[in-house]
Write a protein that binds this ligand. Structure first.
Ligand code: PLP
Length: 377
């Protein structure tokens, strides 16, 4: 197949271009009002996202801040332990370290790349206070099992839903909840390439606990109680009005964006099925998949990536090194071999181009290239 127009990992300009008039108008409205911080636009976006998720929403500066605000609001004490995954973006563990909490890692599943729930109970100690699952690449972790463990041991659940906005969790009784609205607090990111992306930084927390929501709001605003009176130490973390206006427009299209990503995934699934030594993304019964990434697993990862590059096809490794083996986290005293699945994944995963603007020419070209690679060896 001939090479189509340039292939991107993500195509943010293309996505903008389809709704340019709406976005441009929304930005102009904020400039005309000159309410750049807080005010109506941020409230409107929080309300709309809250309706979408069926949970309370507090907007903040970015996804990392959302995680930090969540753990500040839960009032954990230095030395308290939080069980999480070593196969994630660093922010998940970083905020724990910053707050003096101890990240305790458990291994992940070889097919979903999410927390292996069967390993959680063995990691619980008297100091364990919370479980922090990450819904990696857009598919939820097994929340019903995590909920059961959390209830039994009286633990909070903070969901890192930075990659799973628009995903639905499906309970065994058929009930559905939006990813991030299942645990005690959900955290997400509006980083431009995320499922719902701003034109800069942004983030949000979700919770149905009103007292907790009020505490989060106060902490995100310097710990203020009433104006210029502070009853706790807080931070400054807020979504600006231009980002809120852009996100409010794009939120209307979120389900459409997710459907487009799922269509791309289905296309890859069909074209790449049956290749020996190539593992395609697993689907589980308890979650939809919003395909923040389409991530394959192969023992020939580096060679495949080189081959694709030579054909003008970008690809990315999320993530090349597990957190427990990172220099910055050496103080936790983990070693190579502690989490064999996570470690193997760092050598074998590859994320293919995935975005809302891909066409069949590009997908055909990429799938043919992957097939050519395996046929030639
Ligand atoms: C993007 C991301 C974050 C952090 O979000 P920022 O908005 O970049 O701070 C946290 N966790 C995961 C899993 C992410 O993918």
């Amino acid at each position: 197949m001939s090479k189509p127009s340039i292939i991107h990992m993500v195509d943010l300009y293309g996505q903008y271009f389809r709704i340019k008039d709406e976005i441009d108008t929304a930005i102009q409205d904020v400039i005309r009002s000159s309410v750049f911080i807080k005010g109506g636009k941020v409230n409107e976006f929080e309300d709309h996202l809250s309706k979408y998720l069926e949970a309370g929403v507090i907007a903040c500066g970015n996804g990392t801040d959302a995680l930090q605000l969540a753990f500040m609001a839960l009032e954990l004490q230095p030395g308290d332990e939080v069980i999480t995954t070593p196969f994630t973006f660093v922010a998940t563990a970083e905020v724990l370290a910053l707050l003096g909490l101890k990240p305790v890692f458990t291994d992940v599943c070889p097919d979903t790349f999410n927390m292996d729930v069967s390993a959680i109970e063995a990691a619980i100690t008297p100091r364990t206070k919370a479980i922090l699952p990450v819904h990696l690449f857009g598919q939820s972790a097994d929340m019903e099992s995590i909920n059961a463990i959390a209830e039994k041991h009286n633990l909070f659940i903070v969901e890192d839903a930075a990659q799973s906005l628009g995903t639905e969790y499906i309970f065994r009784n058929g009930e559905k909840k939006k990813s991030g609205a299942v645990g005690t607090i959900g955290c997400t990111s509006f980083f431009p390439s995320k499922n719902l992306g701003a034109f800069g930084d942004g983030g949000a927390l979700f919770t149905s606990d009103e007292a907790l929501a009020a505490r989060i709001r106060s902490i995100a605003n310097h710990g203020m109680k009433v104006r210029y009176y502070y009853d706790r130490i807080g931070v400054n973390s807020r979504l600006d009005s231009i980002q809120a206006a852009i996100l409010d427009v794009k939120l209307k299209y979120l389900d459409q964006y997710v459907a487009l990503r799922q269509a791309v995934a289905y296309w890859y699934d069909t074209r790449l099925a049956g290749i020996d030594g190539l593992q395609l993304p697993e689907r589980v019964s308890y979650s939809t998949h919003s395909f923040h990434q389409y991530t394959i697993r192969t023992g020939k990862r580096d060679q495949l990536q080189e081959f694709l590059k030579s054909k003008g096809i970008p690809s990315m490794v999320y993530y090349p090194k597990a957190i427990h083996l990172q220099e910055a986290y050496r103080y936790l005293a983990y070693r190579e071999g502690d989490f064999p699945v996570a470690e193997a994944l760092t050598r074998e995963v590859l994320s293919l181009p995935m975005h809302t603007e891909m066409d069949e020419g590009q997908l055909g070209y990429i799938s043919d290239a992957v097939r050519d690679f395996y046929n030639s060896r």
